[in-house]
Design a protein around this ligand. Sequence first.
Ligand SMILES: Cc1cc2nc3c(=O)[nH]c(=O)nc-3n(C[C@H](O)[C@H](O)[C@H](O)COP(=O)(O)OP(=O)(O)OC[C@H]3O[C@@H](n4cnc5c(N)ncnc54)[C@H](O)[C@@H]3O)c2cc1C
Length: 440
Amino acid sequence: MSRASESLALGPPFAAGGKLAPYWWDRVPRLAPADVEIPPHVDVAIVGSGYTGLHAALQTARGGRRTIVFDAEDLGFGCSTRNGGQISTSVKPGYEILARRYGASKAFDIIKEGQRSLEWIGEFVRTERIDCDFAVVGRFHAAHNPAQFEHLVKKVRHQQPGLEVDARIVPRSEQRDEIGSDAYFGGVVYAQHGSLDPARYHEGLLRRARDAHVELVARCPVSAIIKDGARFRVMTSRGTTSARNVVVATDGYTGSLSPWLQRRVIPIGSYVIATEPMQETRVTKLIPRNRIVSDTRKVVFYYRTSPDRRRILFGGRVCVDETDPAVSGPLLHADLVKIFPELAEVRISHSWCGFVAYTFDELMHVGRHEGIHYATGYCGSGVGMGSYLGMRVGQQVLERDEGRTAFDSLPFETRPLYRGRPWFLAPSIRYYRWRDRLPI
Ligand SMILES: Cc1cc2nc3c(=O)[nH]c(=O)nc-3n(C[C@H](O)[C@H](O)[C@H](O)COP(=O)(O)OP(=O)(O)OC[C@H]3O[C@@H](n4cnc5c(N)ncnc54)[C@H](O)[C@@H]3O)c2cc1C
């Protein structure tokens, strides 16, 4: 999809002038790429200009290292300006699963690191004064069947000592305080979760990076990274630079530039729509406390209001194979209407998608392979965690002790025959859809 907002002749449920581009791109003016010359030598070269790349760059530039960031497309083209703007503790597997895999102490540290990432992003946005509609609104995590409600209740009542979070059970009888829908069977409010405008946040990061003298090069794919003594030759479409350190921050857009990573991340499309603007009172009836919302399905729906509280932004996975936002838009609209039947006549103004990076163990990974740093695999929860691990990887480049994380020494798995094309995705999604329909 091109970075410029596309406006095609789309039929209902699209509004007239509906766009196949992120709603967020309307709110943040697009930057014309600057004509940057590639210097022959830098200290740090970073591939990818999303949250991971920019946070790493902020650390290294502020630490006195000449830092350059390359993006194959416009700056922030990847998930970092397309996402739902929901912020959580980001670690998907629960304590018990992690304890079985890595032992109790490591499990504790991993979950704690997720909690730290959530606290840290709030502090970062406040300290750096990034104007991006950041707010701790809380999440309503809705049970899609009675068994899942019981499961949530058990989880909240038996939290691991030392890892407790502020979580309040909402029975179905009180659900309408949280959501104007009877489609669920109760849920839990996680009070500390937050939201922001992802593109405004990204724009704020770009400003801070520029202030720190990071060189930012758009529309300049890196085609090879070659070890050259103690340094790396970083070859791009516009020339080559020699870097002491390299960080690959390409996440769901990881390609053949880094085959080792490509074998370890699974790119999965996530799809979102924005409705046309409505009366604020109407939106308030649907999401009265302005929470972010998600559900207990394995093939999850996630949604929220727009920062001006005039629209609903609704995301999920609607097809087993990847598809076009022109196709996913009407399908997501149909799912939205199942939750809020009164939106049947409300049209879609925007439909878009992006590629998140999943991993085989559902955990994010940070580390070094053949001397090249990376942080990746946020499994759809990279607003807080991508920012946090980007910051940590920057500190690792600076060889600072505080750069260590609980994820550093984890094995990063691949599977036989997997080379970056997830042939197993369609059958897996079919299976999870089937499971989501069972009363378990
Ligand atoms: C639709 C959608 C909704 C989401 N919702 C949420 C949410 O609500 N909450 C949440 O926490 N997370 C969410 N996510 C995930 C989150 O947005 C990502 O995890 C996060 O933005 C990843 O940031 P990143 O910097 O690592 O990668 P990205 O922002 O994806 O950036 C990677 C960049 O690398 C560039 N690149 C790739 N190869 C090269 C190369 N060879 N040379 C130069 N550049 C290259 C790409 O052009 C791209 O710009 C969502 C994602 C999507 C797609």
